[in-house]
Design a protein around this ligand. Structure first.
Ligand code: G3I
Length: 316
């Protein structure tokens, strides 16, 4: 039996996917799933610095505009992604810039882009992405160009510039390996607590949820809840469950379904968990090349994972 559109069973939460303009306009199976299953989209690459601001004072809004326009046609919202990150920067944003210059271009970048989409349906922005260190031995913050030039202050600056640019969009900090309780999640919790104490505007925390098979932390719901208890929204922002295989066994498909069910159930159990976004739609168009990771196959068939997502939302 055909599954109901997941966007409808997810209500009042949003169910989303990372959206890629290359596939949206070239693969009709992908397009059909994008048109029917989702109520929120994240541009996979189209709003990243290297694409949207490729040269000084030169913005290329076209790829992202196409995705935003599509989201309007299917009555879906968007998550903007992202401003402060250590990857996919434009080559001109490099170590030769002074701290003052970096601060100026950061404010201009955030303001220009948020202004451009002010009349659109951007629901939330990942203002800062993957800023917490994976080792924590030297600093809580990753050593990326932004923190090297502007220090940890760059977080407060980015959120402050974003709130000034658009007071009505939700401002998120987004990261990975912070999904379960643990040192990295504790570090992020401390950063967010500090931001709120210092009245830095922040509305939500994004939990990427890139997991291997059987690796969903048992403390995910408890961790989501402690961030929500700070008075913030939480969101599952980049969910995929990597089987590590091109042709999984039935047992692997069952485990993958169980893992998707665990993540969606954890979100559904936390009142302020507002959305679940998978990082892609179909396996053949995943950033994890050649592996079985997403709820739909390369020919658009719903896998047990898709059924599990429906079951998790329906049981909420
Ligand atoms: O645009 C160039 C193109 O001109 C060139 O021909 C082609 C071949 O070299 O590369 C293209 O750039 C690729 C880009 O995606 C756009 O397609 C890069 O090589 C490739 O590395 C890049 O991968 C993206 C990755 O972020 C980069 O870190 C993935 O598509 C994207 O899914 C992934 O998404 C990130 C989130 O933004 C943050 N969280 C982790 C997540 C997975 O890494």
């Amino acid at each position: 039996t055909a599954l109901p559109p997941i966007r409808s069973v997810a209500q009042p939460r949003f169910f989303g996917a990372a959206l890629n303009s290359t596939f949206l306009f070239n693969d009709p199976i992908y397009t059909k799933l994008a048109e029917t299953q989702f109520s929120i989209f994240t541009p996979e690459n189209e709003m990243k610095w290297e694409v949207i601001h490729p040269f000084p004072n030169v913005y290329n809004f076209t790829p992202a505009d196409e995705l935003v326009k599509f989201s309007h046609t299917v009555n879906a919202r968007m998550r903007g992604h992202n401003f402060v990150w250590g990857s996919q920067l434009a080559p001109w944003v490099n170590d030769s810039l002074t701290a003052t210059e970096m601060d100026i271009i950061l404010k201009e970048h955030i303001t220009t882009i948020m202004d451009h989409y002010k009349k659109d349906n951007i629901y939330a922005w990942d203002i800062v992405n993957e800023i917490v260190s994976d080792t924590l031995n030297v600093s809580t913050f990753k050593q990326i160009l932004w923190t090297q030039k502007l220090g940890e202050e760059v977080v407060a600056k980015a959120f402050t510039y974003a709130r000034a640019a658009n007071p009505s969009v939700k401002l998120y900090i987004n990261d990975y390996s912070i999904e379960g309780l643990g040192p990295k999640s504790d570090a992020l919790f401390g950063i967010v607590q500090g931001m709120m104490k210092d009245k830095i505007p922040i509305d939500g925390v994004g939990f990427q949820c890139h997991f291997g098979l059987g690796q969903v932390p048992a403390t995910l719901q408890q961790n989501l809840q402690r961030f929500a208890d700070l008075g913030l929204d939480v969101a599952i922002t980049e969910l995929d469950i990597n089987t590590g295989s091109t042709s999984p066994t039935d047992a692997m498909f069952a485990q993958q379904a169980q893992d998707y069910l665990s993540v969606v159930s954890a979100c559904a159990a936390v009142k302020r968990c507002v959305s679940v976004t998978t990082w892609g739609i179909m396996d053949n168009h995943s950033w994890i090349v050649g592996k079985d990771v997403l709820p739909w196959t390369g020919t658009g068939e719903a896998k047990p994972a898709a059924t599990a997502i429906v079951q998790a939302f329906e049981a909420a």
